[in-house]
Design a binder for this molecule. Structure first.
Ligand SMILES: C[S@@+](CC[C@H](N)C(=O)[O-])C[C@H]1O[C@@H](n2cnc3c(N)ncnc32)[C@H](O)[C@@H]1O
Length: 589
């Protein structure tokens, strides 16, 4: 940026922009500049003062960019783009046609120009006009500095990627090697929905989800996933490869959907990058690579982008199961089946400031810092994800009001049987009425979910769905009351302490830990879900465990937690894990 025909750095420009907003005269401004820099009489007259204001305001208009959230705008820094191209050059790629489907400021195009002398044509598409100019200026700059470089035909189109006919533009390259490279927008269709944006493919339900799946979030997808899948679909029979910087979840979905789509792609690779460093975002991302025109493959090999040495792991489809570590799974896959016990998610009320309490002497206090004096009957001890750290838990820091024994139970009884509890809940009915989820609509007052007979089992084995640690805690009753878990936790409930302990020992065994490591994805929003936990075939694990191991674990628990457990009931336990008939289970519902 130039002011008075002199180059001005962004920092100085920002300084003037804020300072000019605070002063009303040349004298005031000159005074501030003197104090800041020692320069006397920086401006000599009002004409200069007026000119400076005009230029700085103009530059503000130029510098200020519109909100680009709906365009998922995270430009790749040139260092990273060059490192990617360098890596590809080392893989002996020699593309003749290069396509950057959402080229932004053009850093991938510049990196390609730098590393590949085989390129004959480059096609860049970008929806934001200033970026197309920036790409073009940078390309001119590149050739001014490198006049002897290979000079392909370069087309930079100002166009919507969803309207661009890539197949048509690649018509003459059926037998040449092509490279599709880029970093498509980081934004999901649901985010676009909330922004009222139409930066969407026309076929926005491309995953063919049902209406209910769309509501539960399964219909949510990244625009980058749509762009990657469409380009793979279009170019799968061409010679060449696709290389995209994308969120890890996009790669996982592409590999997952490969079983159904069977695209002619192979050699899928995921090179994990440091998104915080490269893009200053907290979402996990990577460089995805695949080759076209091959027999379909169904797994992806993972590397660290920066060290790029040995593969870290291999994930994808193995014998009809989608797993996160294929090699580990090969050792423990036999325990991947159906749990004989039903895993439950904890209590859901979406009203924690009213429903969750802490004990204060003889009364309770709620999340609004109010003192709460209610009958104790409906108040139960509560554990949340962050509490599930120890091996055995017999105390809780929180409590929760449990208004129903099962889903949909009429709550009118509270008023007659527990008048103080009713007055308290009723005084906070606004909080209940403003719960957003549609599950509460037309349900009894103060309704909760994730409640049933199983919630009141005295002994539980629980795990947090949010944490990455595979640790199962034994939860004991507190003051003879069963402990509730919140809805970030999953648990199994038991009437007999021994059965809970045996289950905990099985779940914390190396076999189950390895199984979970091989079927859970560390970058998932919830590492553990009911679906994952229901895959643990506890009966098979029980059959494979030695009595010596069991007894040593019991001894350890007895010593550390002053329990008196033995293995006498082990065979009863195993018998009860065994289905009576084909599908019916005996012990737990
Ligand atoms: C994550 S940025 C990456 C830009 C560039 N590929 C890079 O690597 O630096 C995504 C780019 O996609 C562009 N974009 C978003 N929606 C688009 C659309 N519908 N058509 C074309 N470009 C789009 C944005 O303007 C932005 O420049």
């Amino acid at each position: 940026m130039k002011v008075f025909e002199a180059n001005v750095s962004i920092k100085v420009l920002e300084f003037f922009s804020t300072t000019l907003g605070r002063v009303n005269s040349i004298t005031e401004l000159n005074e501030i500049i003197y104090r800041t820099s020692g320069i006397i009489n920086f401006l000599s007259d009002d004409i200069e003062y007026g000119e400076l204001k005009e230029r700085v305001l103009l530059s503000e208009n130029l510098v200020e960019e519109p909100d680009r959230t709906e365009y998922g705008d995270f430009q790749t820094n040139s260092q990273l783009a060059f490192k990617v191209a360098e890596y590809l050059a080392c893989q002996s790629l020699s593309p003749e046609l290069v396509i950057e489907p959402t080229c932004g400021k053009g850093n991938f195009i510049l990196a390609v120009l730098h590393y590949f002398s085989t390129v004959k044509t480059i096609i860049g598409v970008e929806i934001y006009k200033p970026y197309t100019w920036e790409s073009k200026f940078s390309i001119i700059d590149f050739f001014l500095s490198n006049p002897n470089s290979n000079r392909p035909d370069i087309h930079i189109y100002h166009c919507n990627v969803f309207d661009f006919d890539f197949r048509e533009s690649a018509k003459g390259y059926l037998n040449s090697e092509i490279l599709i490279i880029g970093n498509p927008p980081w934004v999901t269709n649901s985010k676009l929905g909330s922004l009222n944006s139409n930066n969407l493919p026309r076929k926005s339900n491309f995953k063919n989800h049902t209406g209910i799946e769309a509501i539960t979030g399964k219909g949510n997808f990244d625009i980058a996933e749509f762009i990657a899948s469409s380009l793979i679909d279009t170019f799968q029979r061409f010679k060449g490869s696709l290389v995209f910087l994308v969120k890890n979840s996009v790669v996982k979905n592409i590999v997952f959907d490969q079983q159904k789509r069977k695209y002619s792609i192979s050699a899928m690779q995921k090179h994990v990058i440091d998104s915080k460093k490269e893009f200053n975002v907290s979402v996990e991302s990577c460089l995805f690579y695949c080759r076209f025109n091959a027999s379909p493959e169904f797994h992806c090999v993972e590397y660290d982008f920066y060290s790029n040495q040995e593969p870290l792991l291999k994930f994808g489809w193995f014998e009809n199961k989608f797993v996160s570590r294929i090699d580990t799974y090969k050792q423990v896959g036999q325990f991947d089946g159906a749990s004989p016990l039903i895993w439950r998610q904890g209590l859901k009320h979406d009203c924690s400031s009213v429903m969750e309490l802490e004990r204060k002497n003889d009364t309770f206090s709620n999340g609004l810092q109010e003192e709460v004096s209610i009958e104790e009957d409906l108040v139960y001890p509560l554990l949340k994800s962050s509490d599930l750290k120890g091996k055995v838990l017999s105390r809780t820091r929180k409590f929760t009001i449990v208004t129903q024994k099962n889903i949909g139970q009429d709550t009118k009884y509270i008023k007659s049987q527990y008048p103080n509890t009713f007055s308290y809940l009723n005084a906070h009915s606004d909080y209940f009425n403003s719960r957003k989820s549609s599950i509460y609509v037309n349900k009894p007052q103060f309704s909760i979910f994730g409640i049933g007979e199983y919630s009141f089992k005295p002994f539980k084995v629980a795990i947090s769905g949010l944490y990455k640690t595979m640790h199962f805690s034994l939860v004991l009753p507190v003051n003879e009351k069963p402990v509730m878990l919140d809805d970030t936790c999953y648990f199994l409930g038991f009437d007999k302490l021994e059965f809970a302990v045996f289950t905990q020992i099985l779940l914390n065994s190396e076999t189950v830990q390895e199984l979970l490591r091989s079927i859970t994805f560390q970058d998932a929003k919830r590492t553990f879900t009911k679906d994952v936990l229901m895959r643990i075939d506890l009966l098979k694990v029980a059959e494979g465990i030695s009595m010596d191991y069991l007894n040593s674990q019991l001894k350890d628990l007895n010593q550390k937690f002053h329990l008196i457990l033995d293995s006498k009931l082990w065979f009863n336990f195993k018998r009860e894990l065994t289905p009576v008939s084909n599908t019916q289970l005996v012990m737990f519902t």
